[in-house]
Design a protein around this ligand. Structure first.
Ligand code: AKG
Length: 194
C-alpha cells in the first residue's frame, strides 16, 4: 500500500444473518431473529406503547378479548373478524417506517406464489399482550380481505410462536425475541393455524 492511501471498509454487522427460509413442508416461512437491533426495538416498543390508542374488543359472546389491539391501514382496509369491526386508523410515522423496513426485508419469493405483485403491505394489527395472562387463540389469518403474506414483528418479552397442522400437531415452534421478524406466505394460512 502506498503512503497516503487509505482503506475504509464499512462492514454491516458481521454477526447479523439475513432473513432465512424455514423448511416446513406445506408452509412458506421466513425468519430473521435480529431484524431490528436492541436499541431500535426498544424505541419502537416505547413509541407504540405510548402512541397507539389501545382498545379492548369484545368477542362474539360479549366477553373481553384477552389482549389490546390497534389497527392501522390504507383507506379501504376495513375488515370484520368474529363480529368485530376493524376500521383502519391513519398510519403513524413509526408504523410507516417499520412497514418500509419489513417490505425491504420481505424476500421477492414470498410474492411469487400465487403471483402477487410485490407492492407491499397495506395494514397492520398491533397486539399488546400486557403480561403472560394475555393471549391470542389458535387461528389462521385467512379472512377474504387478507392476502397470503403476513409479517409479524415481535417487540418486548420473548414469546412462543407455534404453527399447528389440521390435527393440532405442532409443525414449527420458535421463541420470538425482541426485534425479530417472522413472515408467513404461500399456503401457510390455508394449511396451518398459529
Ligand atoms: O401475536 C401474534 O403473533 C398473532 C397475532 C395475530 O395473528 C392476529 O392478531 O391475527
Amino acid at each position: 500500500m502506498l503512503p497516503g492511501e487509505m482503506l475504509v471498509n464499512y462492514l454491516y454487522s458481521a454477526v447479523h444473518m439475513a432473513i432465512e427460509k424455514i423448511p416446513v413442508a406445506g408452509a412458506e416461512i421466513y425468519y430473521d431473529a435480529q431484524f431490528l437491533d436492541a436499541k431500535e426495538s426498544s424505541e419502537f416498543f416505547d413509541a407504540l406503547l405510548t402512541k397507539c390508542p389501545w382498545r379492548r374488543y369484545k368477542t362474539a359472546f360479549g366477553s373481553a378479548v384477552p389482549r389490546d389491539e390497534a389497527y392501522y391501514g390504507d383507506p379501504g382496509t376495513h375488515y370484520t373478524y368474529s363480529r368485530r369491526e376493524y376500521r383502519p386508523l391513519p398510519w403513524i410515522e413509526e408504523l410507516l417506517f417499520l412497514k418500509q423496513r419489513v417490505e425491504a426485508a420481505t424476500p421477492v419469493t414470498a410474492y411469487e406464489n400465487p403471483h402477487l405483485p410485490p407492492n407491499g403491505y397495506n395494514a397492520v394489527l398491533c397486539n399488546l399482550y400486557r403480561d403472560g395472562n394475555d393471549s391470542v387463540g389458535l387461528h389462521a389469518d385467512n379472512e377474504p380481505e387478507m392476502g397470503p403474506v403476513i409479517a409479524s414483528v415481535s417487540l418486548g418479552s420473548e414469546r412462543l410462536f407455534r404453527l399447528r397442522g389440521k390435527g393440532g400437531t405442532v409443525v414449527y415452534s420458535k421463541s420470538l425475541p425482541h426485534g425479530s421478524l417472522l413472515i408467513m406466505a404461500g399456503n401457510t394460512q390455508k394449511h396451518f393455524k398459529n
